[in-house]
Design a protein around this ligand. Structure first.
Ligand code: ATP
Ligand code: MG
Length: 575
């Protein structure tokens, strides 16, 4: 390819709303072009990198025994009604055709693929099998941002496996875990496999693949001693204890006036009690399609509510909840709740709400202090064992310094970008969609399923967040073109002739070479090489007279002088 004919519109500046380096370089390097909120066109360079990433994924998926298909981007709404996700999936984009039939732009394809299995697979003899696709998805994300990291339209590799029993599913889950490891290793990424929340996809167990990067939207909890690693959304810890003895241990249950006490810290100072013995209330507004409800979460005073755990708690009672928001004072007033003095006593009758949850670590807690649901009053000597029908859930965000649930080592945080997620779905879709097979005794049984996703377009950003430097893109294996031959001065016939000779030689061998034959200054050709991130640059410049050319490796920008007579030999070894 000749750069003079190649459509690679590099820019000096990125638009102001680009914050992350991956977003800036993808736009400035002419890889992608934004056409709407969370929607991007892939320009030639972007398309090349996307295809290279896809090829690595495709090769490993085929090796792992999965069959490639392409399912419709448009999926009939009837399928989603059947699985129950038409009402529950918050990011669905729905439209109606001329006959007023409703369709969903596929955000994921469990429904669709289950329909395929239901149509064709009748007997246990046809199991197990796995289908995958590399295809478009659309999710009407609340906050599309950071370029390809969180788009609305994006490319996913999604695979689905079907089994007769759980053991077979476990084998495939491990097979996919190993396959994903190879894919991300082949991409040269530093990643971690972590326990995860199963989110809108559902199912029993899931693992996420996290590319370590400062900008990552996910907080990962890892143990400093063992291999425990979890997304904070699903992280566990050893139950927290307090070495301080509660001074109230002997106080009987009693209401106390607490003037000007508004926060947990105020309360701790007022009673001179460790926050461990205070019950903190966090109030949220649960939003449904047609209404709002109050949801109240109790935990120890030194703990924080984890938002996904809170959402899952509400969802376990009301599956049609869409989102939780912080409750404003006016919202509390509607339920007669005084902010700063909210507690569990008589709360159900005061609010009329059944969305009241207690953190597991408060289970049957004794000698606690809590709000009295009356401005400037608190109760001391509260024993939760005396309450009836409290709903306990794991609600708290594991904090740095907490102890590992596996080995009691100290836990710490890192940031990651989720690039893959594998799920054991079990019967979650096959039961509602009545997708069954006949087992070896002739009995009808629902398929046992697994599903396995990789964010293909998100990977472009993740690679750059981890590898790029302050000059531009570093791609590793998936760089667009292995070699960029830079002719320093297009007016110099020797340089042009030499560059073209090398170019033709490697093109004929089928190696991806591009030649920078534009009438541009040398400096701007170098800038483009660094910004775009071709794997190597061969500089054909003034020193060709002395029989010397220069080879630069983009990763690390190491330079090496090479005799022009030996260049073909040297490059043949490298490329
Ligand atoms: P997230 O927590 O980031 O929203 P998710 O849990 O919704 O991700 P899955 O439903 O598991 O994601 O989808 C599989 C993969 O698709 C994810 O691991 C991620 O890499 C990718 N992905 C999900 N949403 C987006 C998006 N909006 N833009 C780009 N890639 C995405
Ligand atoms: Mg999501």
């Amino acid at each position: 390819m000749k750069l003079s004919k190649f459509f690679a519109p590099t820019l000096r500046e990125a638009p102001k709303d680009c914050i992350l380096k991956s977003h800036i370089y993808l736009i400035r390097g002419g890889f992608i072009h934004q056409i709407g909120s969370g929607i991007y066109n892939f320009l030639p360079l972007g398309k090349i990198v996307l295809d290279k990433i896809s090829a690595i994924i495709q090769k490993e998926m085929n090796k792992a025994g999965s069959n490639q298909v392409t399912m419709g981007f448009l999926t009939p709404a009837t399928l989603w009604e059947k699985s129950g996700r038409y009402e529950q999936y918050g990011e669905l984009a729905i439209f109606r055709d001329r006959k007023n039939a409703a369709f969903v732009l596929g955000p994921t394809h469990e429904e669709c693929v289950t329909e395929i299995a239901k149509t064709y697979v009748k007997s246990y003899k046809q199991l197990p099998f796995s289908l995958y696709q590399i295809h478009l998805k659309f999710r009407d994300e609340m906050r599309p941002r950071f370029g390809l990291l969180r788009g609305r339209e994006f490319v996913m590799k999604d695979a689905y496996s079907f089994h007769a029993d759980g053991e077979c599913l476990n084998n495939e889950f491990n097979n996919m875990k190993d396959t994903y490891k190879r894919i991300f290793q082949n991409l040269g990424l530093d990643f971690r496999i972590v326990d995860a929340d199963s989110g809108a996809i559902g199912g029993s167990g899931s693992k996420e693949f996290m590319v370590l990067a400062e900008c990552g939207e996910d907080t990962i909890v890892t143990c400093t001693k063992c291999d425990y690693a979890s997304n904070i959304e699903a992280a566990r810890r050893q139950p927290k204890t307090s070495s301080v003895i509660p001074p109230q241990a002997t106080s009987p249950y009693h209401k106390f006036e607490t003037p000007n006490v508004k926060t947990i810290d105020d309360l701790s100072r007022f009673f001179k009690v460790d926050t461990h013995f205070l019950i903190k209330a966090v109030v949220k507004k649960a939003v449904f399609k047609d209404r709002e409800e109050i949801a109240i979460f109790f935990m120890r005073g030194n703990d924080k509510l984890e938002s996904t755990k809170a959402f899952n708690a509400v969802k376990s009672l009301k599956p049609d909840v869409l989102e939780l928001f912080d409750a404003e004072i006016t919202f509390l007033e509607k339920y007669n709740l005084p902010s700063g003095s909210i507690g569990p006593i008589h709360l159900r009758s005061i609010t009329g709400s059944d969305l009241i949850f207690f953190d597991e670590e408060l289970r049957d807690g004794e000698d606690l202090i809590c709000g009295a649901n009356e401005d400037s009053f608190h109760y001391v000597g509260v024993n939760l064992a005396e309450f009836q029908d409290l709903l306990y859930k794991d609600l708290v965000a594991v904090q740095e310094g907490d102890l590992c649930p596996k080995c009691c080592g100290v836990l710490q945080y890192t940031k990651g970008i989720e690039v893959g997620h594998i799920f054991k779905l079990g019967e979650k879709y096959s039961v509602p969609m009545e997708a069954c097979f006949l087992d070896s005794h002739g009995k009808s049984k629902p398929f046992i399923m697994g599903c396995y996703g990789i964010g293909v377009t998100r990977l472009l950003s993740a690679i750059l967040e981890q590898k790029s430097d302050n000059k531009g893109c570093v791609w590793g294996e998936v760089a667009p073109f292995k070699l960029d031959i830079i002719i320093s001065n297009m007016k110099n016939k020797e340089e042009v002739q030499f560059g073209e000779k090398i170019y033709t030689y490697f093109c004929d061998l089928g190696i991806e070479v591009i030649i920078d034959d534009r009438n541009e200054r040398f400096g701007s050709k170098m800038n483009d090489f660094e910004l775009i991130g071709f794997q190597y640059a061969l500089i054909v410049g003034k020193r060709l007279n002395d029989g010397i050319v220069e080879l630069i490796k983009r990763e690390g920008l190491e330079k090496q002088e090479i005799q022009s007579s030996e260049i073909i030999e040297t490059l043949s070894k490298i490329l």
